[in-house]
Design a protein around this ligand. Structure first.
Ligand SMILES: *[C@@H]1O[C@H](CO)[C@@H](O)[C@H](O)[C@H]1NC(C)=O
Ligand SMILES: *[C@@H]1O[C@H](CO)[C@@H](O)[C@H](O)[C@H]1NC(C)=O
Ligand SMILES: [Zn+2]
Length: 317
């Protein structure tokens, strides 16, 4: 008697299993590998995100990237979309990224966000295990590829610019075209038109020379190891109420769903770097440099332990 319901249940599970999630054991980041084999973090694999820590290597050749079209107002319309995993801003085809050690020119496709909850931070990369409240990803595809399928077969097919977002008291006018539109895309599948604005407004414009570079993966399925990451060191800042609009204003469920489920903590756990080198740009701070520079009697001996201590305080699922 019990067999039939069990079978029926597992068929339902399989039918919905191709979608991933962040909040339930069977489909959260630790389970992605079951449904997306390329998300399985094998030894020596190049997965993202990572913790940016002491072992970064200075590369004097890493100058600021060339950001074409980022300072101007693009023609046409942009579209903000809730895909159930994040909020994506599709930005047309007028912007390009090159230089800064990238092997070619990359066309900007979209940007999206990762965030936490009212009680937790939600950046994907961490610095000395410090997790920022949010992280923005600007996704660019190598211009020689006709489409994403083809770019995802190239080890350096994508270049993603990552920007940390911190929270303070002052409203960020730069982010308001996005935060103002969030209520229109509260539910999965909804989208809204956003008038183009200079994308440079969303970048730490006075600190574009300070970044870290490494080879990694997409942080969502299929987790393809085809991404050259540029992680800017200096965060952008939004207000607490703008942060709340992400943290308690966006749902992973459709409007018609029986129950609204908040989209929160949509970040993947950090992965080992293994033998990968993480490069620091010419101007970036070497992350280990704070230790020798600290005055004596200031707890210097404890500093190397700090990331360890902090990591024990973080939620592990
Ligand atoms: C979360 O971010 C806030 C604001 O930047 C920071 O003060 C706090 O230490 C962070 N919390 C954790 C656990 O990293
Ligand atoms: C992507 O580009 C490749 C190479 O030109 C082509 O063979 C393939 O059909 C394209 N795929 C899609 C989905 O357009
Ligand atoms: Zn992302």
């Amino acid at each position: 008697m019990m067999i039939f319901p069990v079978i029926a249940f597992s068929i339902i599970c399989l039918a919905t299993s191709t979608d991933f999630c962040y909040d339930e054991g069977y489909c959260d980041p630790y389970a992605w590998g079951y449904f997306f084999p390329t998300c399985h973090p094998l030894l020596e694999s190049h997965h993202s995100p990572i913790d940016l820590s002491y072992d970064v290597t200075r590369d004097e050749a890493l100058e600021p990237l060339r950001l074409e079209g980022f300072d101007s107002v693009q023609k046409g319309q942009w579209r903000l979309r809730n895909d159930g995993h994040t909020v994506v801003l599709e930005v047309g085809s007028g912007m390009k990224v090159s230089g800064g050690g990238l092997p070619g020119t990359y066309s900007t496709l979209q940007l999206h966000f990762h965030w936490g909850s009212l009680a937790t931070n939600g950046s994907e990369h961490t610095i000395h295990s410090h997790r920022f409240p949010m992280e923005m990803h600007i996704v660019n595809m190598k211009s020689t590829h006709p489409n994403l399928t083809s770019a995802m077969e190239d080890q350096t097919g994508l270049a993603v610019l990552a920007v940390f977002i911190d929270v303070s008291y002052a409203e960020s006018v730069s982010f308001s075209p996005i935060t103002k539109a969030l209520t229109s895309v509260a539910h999965k599948g909804q989208s809204a038109v956003v008038r183009p604005f200079p994308l440079a407004n969303l970048l730490p414009q006075d600190h574009l020379g300070l970044y870290y570079r490494y080879h990694g993966s997409l942080t969502t399925p299929p987790c393809s190891q085809v991404v050259l990451w540029t992680v800017y060191e200096v965060p952008m800042i939004i207000s607490w109420s703008q942060y709340e609009q992400f943290a308690v204003g966006v749902f992973s469920t459709e409007e018609e769903a029986d129950q609204d489920v908040l989209l929160q903590n949509n970040f993947r756990h950090v992965h080992p770097t293994y033998s990968r080198r993480v490069l620091a740009s010419r101007e970036a701070h070497l992350l280990g440099a704070a230790c020798p520079a600290a005055p004596p009697h200031s707890g210097v001996l404890l500093l190397p332990l700090l990331p360890l201590l902090l990591s024990h305080l973080e939620p592990t699922s």
